[in-house]
Structures are given as structure tokens and as C-alpha cells.
Design a protein around this ligand. Structure first.
Ligand code: 13P
Length: 247
């Protein structure tokens, strides 16, 4: 399909200024990766990382739906763009859980990202109880229907499938289960968005490490990864970037 792989790192609530050295080290080790590389640091580091990075793109981890205004502690997509971000994660399961974000909230945030010229990385994924109950495909399909606005294209949107039970646990679905979900997601997006669905990249996220990245990247309709813990250190993330470059 010609979709270029994307290795995306989500630093979550980690990363002081000294961690910018990881960016320098990653770029020194992978000066011309054959994939897109994105790091989403805490908002405090977006501007400094965007200034320091040459090859790596920088993203936010969340944005408010509004462009500006009286929303203490929140960050607008426009502010992330002004700081040098080119993307923003919306609807991560930790925000859905910690802040009660609904599909409608995520949908509004994705539109805010587009308004500011950012790529929206829209996250979906079932809980362990939902998977055990045989509801994983239906849950993710429902989240996609609610969270992905009309107008999503390969240029403005990336979808990240992150099963909640695989995040930070070392547990990963079987490759067959990842394939089944990603094939399902492609079909769901095709039904709602037509042929443009073929251009949208689908990332897998949840306990991706250098040791399992290559096999995951080889799975049907997996166009990259959204990586938490293993994105914090250049040596680990470099292994994932290398795997994405080969795939
Ligand atoms: P881990 O890679 O630490 O499991 O985190 C995945 C994630 O939540 C990325 O957004």
C-alpha cells in the first residue's frame, strides 16, 4: 500500500531536560532511518526537543479542543504547533481512564489537531475484561466510530491500537490477534471513510520492545508502533527504529 512505517514514542510523564541527550544519541545512531520517527515528550520539552531534533518529529500527548481561552493547565493544539510539534496523541487510554475522556471528547480533540495543522494520533483499545468477554473487535470498532472524525486522511490521521492490558505489562497479544484487529480496523475505516482508509497508518502499541518489534511490524496492516517505556532510552528505541526501517 506504500504506507511508510512510523516509529512513535510516548514518553508519558517522564523526561527532564537532560533526557534531550537521548534524542541526540538516537539521531547519531540513526541519521537517516527508512521510516518516520516521532517522539511525544511531556509538553515542557516539546519546544526544546523540536529545536534539537533534525530527523525526529515531535508531538504532544494531548490537546484541548479549543484554540485558546480560560482552561488552566490545558494545552491547545495551536500552542503545540507553535512550539514545533507536528502531531499530537489524542484519546490515549490513560487519558480516557484518568480524565474520563469520551469518544466525543477525542473526536473534538482530533479536529482541534487538524485545525492547528497537526497529525492526530487517535488511540483505541479494549480492556482485558472486554477481550476475555469476546468484545475486543466490537469495542474497538465502536471507539473508532466515535473518535475518528469525517475528514480523516492518511496525511492528517494515524490510528493507534493499544490494548489496555498490554500497556506497561510485558503482555502482548498473539500476532494472529494483532492481525485480526488491524485487519478489522482497516475494514471499519474503509466502511466509514472509503478509499482514503488505505492511506491511514495503523500503529500497534503495548509492550513493544526491540526484541519483538520486527515480528510485530511484519503483521498485516501494522504500519508502525506507539511505544512507551522502550522509547525513553535511545538504545532501546533505536532497535525499534531499525526494525521499522527494515520492514
Ligand atoms: P508501553 O510501551 O510502555 O507498554 O506503553 C505503550 C503506550 O501506552 C504507548 O502510548
Amino acid at each position: 500500500m506504500g504506507r511508510r512505517k512510523l516509529a512513535a514514542g510516548n514518553w508519558k510523564m517522564n523526561g527532564v531536560k537532560a533526557a534531550l541527550g537521548e534524542i541526540t544519541a538516537l539521531e547519531a545512531a540513526h541519521p537517516a532511518p527508512d521510516c518516520d520517527v516521532l517522539i511525544c515528550p511531556p509538553a515542557t520539552l516539546v519546544a526544546a526537543m523540536a529545536d534539537a531534533a533534525k530527523v525526529i518529529s515531535v508531538g504532544g500527548q494531548d490537546c484541548h479542543a479549543a484554540a485558546s481561552g480560560a482552561h488552566t493547565g490545558d494545552i491547545a493544539a495551536e500552542l503545540l504547533a507553535d512550539a514545533g510539534a507536528s502531531a499530537v496523541i489524542v484519546g490515549h487510554s490513560e487519558r480516557r481512564a484518568d480524565h474520563g475522556e469520551t469518544d466525543a471528547d477525542v473526536n473534538a480533540k482530533a479536529q482541534a489537531a487538524w485545525r492547528a495543522g497537526l497529525i492526530a494520533i487517535i488511540c483505541v483499545g479494549e480492556t482485558e475484561a472486554q477481550r476475555d468477554a469476546g468484545q475486543a473487535l466490537a469495542v474497538v470498532g465502536g471507539q473508532m466510530a466515535g473518535s475518528i472524525p469525517q475528514g480523516a486522511t492518511g496525511a492528517n490521521t494515524v490510528i493507534a491500537y493499544e490494548p489496555v492490558w498490554a500497556i506497561g505489562t510485558g503482555k502482548v497479544p498473539t500476532l494472529a490477534d494483532i492481525a485480526q484487529m488491524h485487519d478489522h480496523m482497516r475494514a471499519v475505516l474503509g466502511a466509514s471513510h472509503g478509499a482514503e482508509a488505505d492511506a491511514v497508518r495503523f500503529l500497534y502499541g503495548g509492550s513493544v520492545k526491540p526484541g519483538n518489534a520486527a515480528e510485530i511490524f511484519a503483521v498485516s496492516n501494522v504500519d508502525g508502533a506507539l511505544v512507551g517505556g522502550a522509547s525513553l532510552k535511545a538504545a532501546d528505541f533505536g532497535g525499534i527504529v531499525a526494525a521499522a526501517s527494515e520492514g
